[in-house]
Design a protein around this ligand. Sequence first.
Ligand code: FAD
Ligand code: SIN
Length: 538
Amino acid sequence: MIQRKFDNRAAIQVDFLVIGSGAAGLYVASKLQPHGRVALVSKGPTSDANTWFAQGGIAGVLSSQDSIECHVQDTLAAGAGLCREHVVREVVARGSEIIRELIAIGTRFDTHEGKLHLTREGGHSQRRIAHAQDATGRAIAEALQLQLRPSLIRLTGYTAIDLITSHHIGNYAGPNQCLGAYFLAPDGQVVSVASRFTILATGGAGKVYLYTSNPHGASGDGIAMAWRAGCPVVNMEFIQFHPTCLFHRDGSNLLLSEALRGEGAHIVDAHGRRFTFDYDERGELAPRDIVARAIDHEMKKQGVDCMYLDARHLGEQRINRQFPNIRKRLLELGLDLVSSTIPIVPAAHYTCGGIDTDVAGHTAIEHLYAIGETAHSGLHGANRLASNSLLECLVMADFCAKSILAQTPPPIPHVPAWDDSGVEPEVERIAIKQNWDEIRSLMSHYVGIVRSNERLRRAKRRLLMIQNEIADHFWRHPVSRDLIELRNLALVAGLIIRSAQMRHESRGLHYSTDYPYSLEEPRDTVLIPDTSDELDCH
Ligand code: FAD
Ligand code: SIN
């Protein structure tokens, strides 16, 4: 068992600890850096974050045909009754200002005749998506990285293991406070970072599923760490499946941007039939939950492994201009958007639920904030509107920085060092891989686009066994990145199952064959740590 000693030897002491270097982390770090020592920590390079892979763009009210009210109403409609309306209004109102700031710091959005070129995506009633070809996230991240000053402490390759809180170190006098976090460093040592303020910007949990558009690191670490530290989580059952991910054995996580459909691409079956209009009059541009369920339903009905995206009629010139990176990746796999239809399947894409916060990222723990995809601010409700996520990351980061800077800072805390003397040799990687594969497979089969009471029960039974094994590995062996992620993945899977079991209706992204209707009064699913359930959440 790991013994934790209290010895004041924090390896690093900072004013602001930012965990995660996607859009949310980069932006909040850039806002905080003039005001103190910032450590910006991430498991991998910025190119290994969801932000880097964002294709379609960032939503904002940028044309005279559009209005804030219209963007608000589209967001509320997609959210199916569960958006927090004041949050939607605050975020949407900041859209155009944030995009202008991004332009001012060097983000090169596409233009047409001297104006921003705006594309369209599902659920948006207007063209309002600013984009940098089909690699918007990367363009934003690169511009934000250039804002970081040399004085900022950049710790890349450091994996956060757990938050350090006053309650965890036995100080129960007063409310629970965050004091920093433990990290596994690239050399295998565990270092502690003590901080006045800690900000989780750790992204989503797409890796809980077998098919996902997310890069490897999206294992829900922030949600798991915050839960273990005592933060409630909200609406974890709402996992967004993107309708059009490539179906291919060598490139299964390549996304085919919704902007392709926004520009006119069709979804067809193997016979070339456009079937999405059978499910919704908006066809391919209905919100994602509807389009993903339509594809899933047709695949099951026709007994096939995939459907197809047909963009041939957009023409080579337009495809090269707007979607050069997607075309290039496909060509590397022997597929061409210009001349053939592309096999697609829905894949886990976005975690709508997360750590319970307000729009500035306040959590239930003092001096701990959560922003971006790891948080549940209430913007997305039961289903996120396309391209609202990058916007949320930046608006939350801005509000978060302002809220922190308005406070009298607490003293830099003393934190105990991590001590794993006495643990046994490292757990065999094969055992970790096996558990990891089992979780992703059971979540995909039983807790995917269509759920039922029986499927959720099965998932829960199987997950319980795996969780017990992981708990044993974690406490008996030295930590490794794989083991840290596996522990978090299992916890988050448990939170998703538990939340899905609590929702006795179908709404937004959660569809149950046992409850195919929506209840009259929409309610959030709120899970609070230490409330009893057999699924291990520690
Ligand atoms: P991320 O960008 O995912 O960053 C998370 C960071 O946390 C990473 O740096 C990671 O290394 C770090 N981290 C995680 N765990 C740990 C740990 N334990 N220790 C240390 N560091 C850790 N949204 C839009 O609005 N428009 C789009 O066009 C769009 N397209 C998308 C396309 C794809 C393929 C994907 C996957 C998502 C897309 N999204 C889009 C969603 C959007 O990109 C994400 O929701 C958003 O970028 C999340 O940003 P973030 O800063 O919260 O997290
Ligand atoms: C896409 O480009 O289809 C992704 C947009 C998003 O997830 O917001």
